[in-house]
Design a protein around this ligand. Sequence first.
Ligand SMILES: [Mn+2]
Length: 273
Amino acid sequence: MSAAKFEQIGQALREGGRFAVLSHVRPDGDALGSQLALGLSLKRLGKDVRIWNEEGMLEKYSFLPSANLLTKPPADPEDVDVAIALDTAIQNRLGTALPAVRSAKVWINIDHHPSNPGYGDLVYINPKAPATGQILFELIRSEKLPIDAAIAENLYVAISTDTGSFQYPNTTARTFEMAAELVRAGVDVGRVSQLTYENYPRRRAELLRDLLGTMRFEVNNRVGAREHAFKKRKGECVCHLRKIWRRRACAGCRRAPSRHARRGRKENPGGSS
Ligand SMILES: [Mn+2]
């Protein structure tokens, strides 16, 4: 499904001067980690790089190395040579970053969502890759682009979060090989894992407390929670319930299976995995 080869993308990265590295709205670890990793690698090449996401850096991922480089796009467009969309199946999901890069002469589209229609000039889509971060790692290695501990940690978080900490079925032997290489490149696994998975903000702890408070057992021991209380954060709630009672449907949420359940069966359009 990929149309461009790594060599062509590598050449565009070396030849361009001004870059904008973008990803989807409502970003996840793969989106933000991928943006920072590629943005930092381009900076190490001496490029003029913007790393923009409509929502700016999320508090949850503010521990990522050089997280401060990722900002909201400006209201007025800026001149760039190359716009790079990462992990974004639908171009419109770049949100307000899209009008900010309207001058881009070359578009590069790197993604792992099978529904990505292949917009852009240089397109590399690998639906078998569990994370866009994994594709970037292969690109960086193949094209001998700069990598250091900061870049490695961003890639590690991208891959770790999109594989559910190397537990989802999309995790392959190659994913572990890559993780080993990233650790050799300087990832502090204990520190990064703790910051990624054991760093709930207070509001999340409160949500969990409220969720468990309304939990009930239904027919066949299925687990449910009062749906209306958690409408806005339903996905997050279901994730928590599934972590406690695997494979038991959440009665209140039957029409909204968890992201984990959808993963692998039905692709999530718009790129939130
Ligand atoms: Mn992804």
